[in-house]
Design a binder for this molecule. Sequence first.
Ligand SMILES: [Zn+2]
Length: 373
Amino acid sequence: MAYTVSKLKDFSPATLEKAAEKLLQALEDESAAIKNESDWKAFRDHWMASKDGVLTSLNDLWLKAAPKDAKRDVGQRVNELKKRVEQAVDGARQKAERAADSQSESDRLDITLPGIQRLVGAEHPIIKTSNEMVAVFRDLGYSVQEGPEIETDYYNFESLNFPPNHPARDTQDTLFIANQGSKPLRQQLLLRTHTSPVQIRTMERLKPPIRIVIPGRVYRNDPPDASHSPMFHQIEGLAVDTNITFGDLKGTLDHAMKAFFGSSVKTSFRPSFFPFTEPSAEMLVSCFVCGGSGRRDSEPCRPCKQTGWIEILGCGMVDPNVFEFVKDNGYDPAKVSGFAFGMGADRIALLKYGVDDLQLFFQNDVRFLRQFA
Ligand SMILES: [Zn+2]
């Protein structure tokens, strides 16, 4: 409740003294409650506003109302109180200003403090390598396709022309999902051992001609060592059209290797075998570390084992038996032909970055991985 000036019952020194004490107590209380500038403004107006402030009331109710003989005393008293009010209002202003200063002090930005470091992610070297290889084929008009990592025996083996007793179907090489003995073989689930099932899945969905590149993770029952891992990454490709020849395969892959490793690399093909291609080949590129000489800085070149060549991928013409599985979707082996190829992204990353232990890529030690960011 804000203080208001009341009329004096009489103008005796005792009454004056009492009324003055009451006023000063109110002044002190209100002044102490001030916390900020707007509090101070309200305080100032209450006491000093010319129209209805306390000082104006004091003038009207005490001084003007005083009888002639008391005027001198009352006038002195009012002047005294006026001074005290002015001092209090002035003191309160300084207090409010100091409060505002310390507030902005705590909000102030200290530009000498160290900043907050925001860690920015980067591609893993294997994913980066894979993306770069995929980009080479994308530039040739290939589209990217993906498929499930848990596959059926049908897509992983049967439709890719693996005979029922092929060693790859053995649990020595393939990770099967447990407790599926009651299911027919072709429906049994396994972790895909290659990205090739996506070839069949895509040919079931899209009619020829197709040109696709398939990056992805694959799994085999291999104990981890410097060049093996139970999980690794492949990049496969497939082109199907009328009149696709082995010449198209060689030309495409030769171009891709030059685009990826540099225009000076040479490519070489040697016969091989895969169940889903016929004929099949392994492709080698001339060693991009030693330039094909087999020696680097007069030391034997390790990446190519001094041969001057590095085996980089498997390839071949799609076996007509594979087309039989998707014949109904326009892949009549009498009318279409195609080539397929597949390579390990992990191995290419090892070669590209000169790393000699595959496990380093999967231990996820950021100090190691940061070097490739
Ligand atoms: Zn070499």
